[in-house]
Design a protein around this ligand. Structure first.
Ligand code: IN0
Length: 441
């Protein structure tokens, strides 16, 4: 179904798409910084590697924009080496283990990727990344190097792990460890950068590693559930055997019609496991103060809960990738600019999951209990349903939410003004249309 038809069938999303395109003003834009040819090329590479998310990075506060853009490109380079099945492990393993040492070089590039590897350009044109990396504050460079070292070695250890290559991920512990190396560490690095820039509460990094770890794991686990069919096609699997072996003898069985119900039960079990990260995600978001950094952190998380609701109890996932509508992404980008907006999005999709949870699902009770616990946590965040005269409990999360609400309060007037501008424009267009129809008649 064409994009336009989809939008016309979802007027709320059409409105969001028009607002995002014509009314919303970015907080910061690239235009306001002088760009060297190398920096310009880096942002072009960024746009090539991730269309939609590149725009979010380009709207970041100038203090962190280049650091996060370069961090993103370097991680994409590492990912492109790890993903390329044509590179012999004799070459791949040392390359991954020593990748961080390449960051100290003035002029290094790699042309060994298969021509079909979509982001090979990032490695071929690595010199412009190195040039801009060495212009960053030393403390930012140190963080990027440290995370690249840990991730490169983590990925290398999996390449060599025979059992992993044969049977994929076996235990839930392995599942969390694999997700730690490819996504948890990203949360570690980004949190250090946000704290160093003083864009979040000082305890964001020291409070608990689990909090920023969950930011990465919630995204990665959602992608792993969504990409079941695509990964199997590429001869890879990341679903933990400890879970899927409860529903089938072989992981590939789920793609057979007679095992569809078992496959759906397995999807729902994996969704239950991913729901375990939501409270940490909400705690993390309530600790990010600088607005463009908040939006940078919030957008992937609200996209993930929308995707998780879409894969939930959905047999289509066993045969093809499902994607949320473009219109939905526009609506989520506008609404996720405040913590309150993010909480309402999570509440909406958790209720959607609960509504579509079949009573005969083996995890019916556990999923209901988990969603109930998250609802309780959200109540503790705002404590707005308290009986008269009962004072809110000053818990850590409550105080962090109170503080974040002062930043939310600065966003709300902008959202109201956008609504006003949209209604004005709509009234003009409708009046004009009516006038034309009246005179033509
Ligand atoms: C990301 C994450 C990301 C953003 C903000 C805060 C984060 C905190 C912890 C961990 C990751 C965090 O966001 C991107 C989003 C993205 O690239 N989305 C793609 C869609 C997609 O499906 O790829 C898009 O085009 O919109 C993300 O998914 N990852 C990522 C990579 C590097 C950085 Cl610096 C930040 C990838 C991953 C594997 C989930 C970490």
């Amino acid at each position: 179904m064409g994009k336009v038809t989809q939008l016309l069938l979802h007027p709320v999303e059409l409105k969001a798409a028009l607002k995002l395109k014509f009314i919303r003003k970015p907080l910061y834009s690239l235009e306001d910084t002088k760009e060297t040819p190398e920096l310009k090329r880096c942002y072009q590479l960024l746009t090539k590697t991730s269309r939609s998310f590149a725009a979010v990075i380009m709207e970041l506060h100038p203090e962190l924009r280049n650091a996060i853009m370069l961090f993103y490109l370097i991680l994409r380079a590492l990912d492109t080496v790890e993903d390329d099945m044509t590179i012999d492990s004799q070459v791949k393993v040392p390359l991954l283990r020593e990748f961080d040492s390449k960051l100290d070089l003035e002029d290094w590039s790699f042309d060994g990727n298969a021509p079909t590897e979509k982001d090979r350009c990032v490695l071929v044109e690595f010199p412009c990344i190195l040039k801009e990396l060495h212009k960053l504050k030393p403390e930012y460079q140190k963080v990027i190097k440290e995370i690249t070292h840990k991730m490169g070695n983590g990925m290398a250890s999996y390449i060599l792990d025979e059992n992993f290559n044969l049977n994929g991920v076996s235990t839930i512990k392995d599942y969390n460890l694999y997700c730690h190396y490819v996504a948890g560490l990203v949360g570690d690095g980004l949190t250090q950068l946000i704290v160093l820039a003083n864009f979040g509460s000082q305890d964001l990094y020291t409070e608990s590693a689990q909090t920023f770890e969950s930011m990465g794991l919630f995204l990665q686990k959602t992608n792993i559930i969504r990409d079941y069919a695509e990964d199997l096609e590429d001869g890879r699997s990341f679903w933990p055997q400890e879970i899927w072996s409860l529903y089938a003898n072989k992981l590939v069985d789920f793609s057979k019609p007679e095992h569809t119900q078992a496959g759906v039960h397995c999807i729902n079990h994996l969704v239950l496991n991913a729901l375990g990260h939501i409270e940490d995600v909400l705690l993390f978001l309530s600790s990010v103060h600088e607005q463009s950094s908040f939006q940078f952190c919030a957008i992937p998380q609200v996209m993930a809960i929308a995707t998780l609701a879409m894969v939930f109890n959905n047999p289509v996932v066993l045969h093809e990738n499902v994607k949320i509508r473009k219109g939905t992404t526009c609506y989520l980008i506008l609404k996720s600019r405040t913590l309150r907006g993010c909480v309402e999005i999570f509440q909406y999709y958790l209720r959607d999951i609960k509504k579509r949870l079949p009573v005969d699902d083996p995890n019916y009770l556990k999923i209901n209990i988990k969603i109930g616990k998250i609802e309780q946590y959200i109540e503790e965040m705002y404590q707005e349903q308290l009986p008269a005269g009962v004072a809110p409990k000053e818990t850590t999360i409550y105080k962090k939410v109170q503080q974040r609400s002062t930043y939310d309060a600065k966003v709300a007037p902008k959202q109201t003004d956008e609504e006003y501008q949209f209604n004005m424009a709509l009234t003009m267009v409708l009046t004009l249309a009516a006038a034309i129809v009246f005179y033509v008649k």
